[in-house]
Design a protein around this ligand. Structure first.
Ligand code: XIL
Length: 315
């Protein structure tokens, strides 16, 4: 009994969710679970570049502030997501030349991180997101194609300057297990830290799917990053199934959820786990992966699923 956040806190970990601004403002059932069960919030979209700075130096903090204010009111932490990503970044940024693009990143990072630097709820940021290809080479994003890999170190340094107390993370998907992509991440973090670039944390998104199997070396992978001196965390956990649901698929999914919580529990440097939403009513999965869904821990009627029980029992 008792909410997830109580059990996570007893272990010294957070349990987070990604918040959608619309139901957070408008749906009592959503708000109740959000404030009762979770100790950390990530904005699902509201802190991304296209939401916060849709045109050059023209800012909109309404969604970001809404989430931060909710967190403050409910004694929750906020993980800022995300400063430099190749998606949900406006066209005006993508077309800039190198000098102007560097300035745009510096302005964006300084203004957004700086806005919440004195807000005790906002404790961490995803500084760069999804910089790698699956084979471990750098993604040929407009960032990389214009600036080379220097933008990564620059973004971390500007974020540190804007909020010296925030924990600064690099985040990616398909890096939960030990593979070419996670090894590239490992090598980059090691090399950045050797150059005193302020990378404090590695985020494993954790967009898993029951049909692809569980990354059984998750704990071992977390442990090798921990040995570099960084904190680790699971930042965007969801475990999708091929629709429709069945009790067998629910059971497999529940096992995967427990496996993730257990791995984090077993690694001292793992700060916590954030689920990418909580109700199947609001999830990016059906919009993104055709015929897949039901990836979260509550159904679309806010009823707890076996995956909720699995998380609860593992915490
Ligand atoms: C997704 C959101 O969930 C969707 O609402 C949006 O349309 C696209 O982005 N990796 C990330 C997240 O780092 O920001 C993405 O969130 C999911 C994949």
């Amino acid at each position: 009994s008792g909410p997830l956040r109580t059990h996570a806190a007893a272990r010294g970990k957070f349990i987070g969710f990604a918040a959608a601004t619309n139901p957070l403002a408008n749906e009592a059932a959503y708000r109740t679970i959000a404030q009762t069960e979770f100790s950390q919030i990530t904005a699902e979209n509201a802190m991304k570049w296209d939401s916060t700075e849709p045109s050059d130096n023209s800012w909109n903090f309404s969604g970001a502030d809404q989430i931060v204010n909710f967190a403050v009111a409910n004694n929750q932490q906020v993980h800022g997501h995300t400063l430099v990503w190749h998606q949900q970044t406006p066209g005006w940024v993508q077309g800039l030349g190198a000098t102007a693009m560097r300035t745009a990143i510096q302005d964006h990072v300084s203004t957004l991180v700086g806005r919440y630097a004195n807000n005790a709820a906002v404790v961490s940021w995803d500084v760069v997101n999804e910089v790698f290809n699956e084979d471990g080479t750098f993604r040929s994003s407009f960032w990389y194609n214009t600036l080379g890999q220097s933008y990564i170190a620059d973004a971390f340094r500007w974020a540190r300057a804007a909020d010296p107390d925030a924990r600064l993370c690099i985040n990616d998907y398909n890096v939960e297990g030990i593979n070419a992509k996670s090894t590239a991440m490992y090598n980059l973090v090691q090399s950045l830290r050797a150059q005193n670039v302020p990378v404090d944390c590695v985020g494993f998104q954790g967009h898993l799917a029951t049909q692809y199997g569980f990354p059984s070396d998750l704990q071992q992978n977390m442990q090798r990053f921990a040995a570099l001196g960084v904190q680790v965390r699971v930042t965007e956990l969801d475990i999708r199934i091929q629709m429709p649901r069945s009790s067998a698929k629910d059971t497999t999914q529940a096992t995967y959820y427990s496996n993730v919580i257990n791995a984090c529990n077993a690694v001292t440097a793992c700060a916590g786990v954030t689920i990418w939403g909580f109700t199947d009513k609001y999830s990016w999965v059906p919009d993104t992966f055709p015929s897949e869904g039901a990836a979260l821990i509550y159904d679309e009627n806010y009823q707890q699923k076996p995956s909720y029980t699995a998380v609860h029992n593992a915490l």
